[in-house]
Design a protein around this ligand. Structure first.
Ligand code: AR6
Length: 178
């Protein structure tokens, strides 16, 4: 199994053991990928989220996946882009690390991420891709779990940015490019 990949798709259909939700600090749902995950999972997800009492930006909390194919959802509120000078890169990196750390501590073997903060929260995609991939690849180089991590991009255009960024920093040779 390839340890890291970038794919195009709808994360609510993902076959990973856990999917990540680009949530807000209330954890009570919203639009974008958050809305799609809550709709697909059923009302039970909202009830479990209510009991969690929110989550700080850059941290992560785990719930069950209910009607989703994924067994678990890891909820993480990303930073709202405000120009980049208010700690957004560190907070975004912290989202990825917090999710991976929670997954590893829970024995989760496969995790799929959406592109956190790059929709409604307005984080510029190329910068977000650099932060996301560095956080994931650093984690994978130091830990055995999760065994597989994927970026699930909603569109080919988003996947292209992630692939270009990955190829720039992590493909040692042409043959390694994704
Ligand atoms: N599968 C994969 N990716 C998706 C899907 C999907 N089904 N739907 C959207 N995306 P966003 P944010 C992509 O706005 O910027 C919510 O209201 C989307 O194209 O969902 O972190 C929350 O409650 C984009 O590339 O999340 C928060 O209030 C990426 O997911 C706020 O939005 C993230 O876009 C969070 O904003």
């Amino acid at each position: 199994m390839k340890r890291f990949d970038i794919v195009v798709g709808d994360i609510t259909c993902s076959d990973a053991e856990a999917i990540v939700n680009a949530a807000n600090t209330s954890l009570l749902g919203g639009s974008g990928v958050d809305g799609a995950i809550h709709r697909a999972a059923s009302q039970s997800l909202l009830e479990e989220c209510r009991a969690l009492g929110g989550c700080e930006t850059g941290k992560a909390k785990l719930t069950k996946g209910y009607r989703l194919p994924a067994k678990y959802v890891i909820h993480t509120p990303g930073p709202i882009w405000q120009g980049g000078g208010l700690g957004e890169p560190a907070l975004l990196a912290s989202c990825y690390r917090s999710c991976l750390s929670l997954a590893a501590a829970s024995g989760i073997e496969t995790v799929d991420f959406p592109s956190i903060s790059t929709g409604i929260y307005g984080y510029p995609l190329p910068q977000a891709a650099t932060v996301a991939l560095r956080a994931i690849m650093d984690w994978l180089s130091e830990h055995e779990l999760p065994r597989r991590v994927r970026m699930v991009c909603h569109t080919e255009a988003v996947a292209t940015i992630y692939r270009q960024t990955w190829n720039l920093w992590y493909a040692g040779e042409k043959a390694d490019r994704i």
